[in-house]
Structure formats: C-alpha cells, structure tokens
Design a protein. Structure first.
Length: 138
C-alpha cells in the first residue's frame, strides 16, 4: 500500500523525535569531537530534517496546484490597460498560445491566491510590471 505524503511526513517526524532522544543521550558521553555515536546520529538527524523539509515543501506545492489548476483569471495590465484572460495549469500542460500559464511562472506566481480587485506585481528577468485581477473562475 502506497503511503500518502501526510503519512510519510508523520512517520519521519516520529523517527526524528526518537532520534533526538538518542542524540541527547549520546551527547552525555563526554567530548563530542570524539563521540562516534553522536556524530552518526547527528548526520541522521540532518538527513531526516532535510527530508521533512522537502516533504513539507512538496505538500505545499501540491496543495497550491490543486487549488489553482484550471483556474481562469482575467487581469488588466496597468501600464497599457490591456485585458487578458489566462488559465493557470501545471508545468506539463503549459501552452502560452492557448493562454495556459504555469502556476510557477512569474505571471502564475503573481496571480495565485489573489482576489478580484487586487493588484499584483509580476517580476520577470527583464522587467517588473503590475496587473490588476478582474475576474477569477475556478
């Protein structure tokens, strides 16, 4: 049976908690620079913390994508007054000619979780511009 991200995260956090107790006990064994057990446990702690961080980040990204995929947003470029409608999508379904923009693109990031009427700043490598959200259809 495949574990969910939440189950995997809970298991890692439980393992980390147990490891921290063992690390505390190992630190009582004198000079840490010569304490092999402490060094091994500390390396495992670092690895576990990195895995937990990556899982939390993955979970956050998936949650954001679930909330925004296939959302159509109409916005106005404040510089020119031009109105555009785009559809937020994942990286694999991007098609700018059809108005399908990735949630992780500069424009996608500027529009995610915004409300009609809000003004958002879009930062690209070459310039920064502002857009105002007009309408959102989920």
């Amino acid at each position: 049976m495949k574990k969910t991200l939440q189950e995997e995260l809970q298991e890692l956090e439980k393992t980390l908690s147990s490891l921290l107790e063992n690390l505390k006990m190992a630190s009582l064994d004198g000079d840490l620079s010569e304490n092999y057990d402490w060094k091994i446990l500390n390396e495992k702690r670092e690895k576990l913390q990195r895995q937990i961080f990556e899982l939390k980040l993955k979970k956050k990204i998936l949650k954001m994508k679930d909330k925004t995929n296939n959302t159509k947003i109409t916005f106005q470029l404040l510089e020119t007054g031009e109105k555009k409608t785009i559809e937020l999508t994942d990286e694999w379904n991007v098609n700018p000619e059809q108005g399908k923009i990735s949630t992780t693109s500069p424009l996608g990031l500027a529009l995610v979780e915004k409300k009609p009427g809000e003004i958002s700043e879009v930062k690209t490598r070459t310039r920064t511009y502002k857009v105002q959200i007009i309408n959102i259809i989920k």
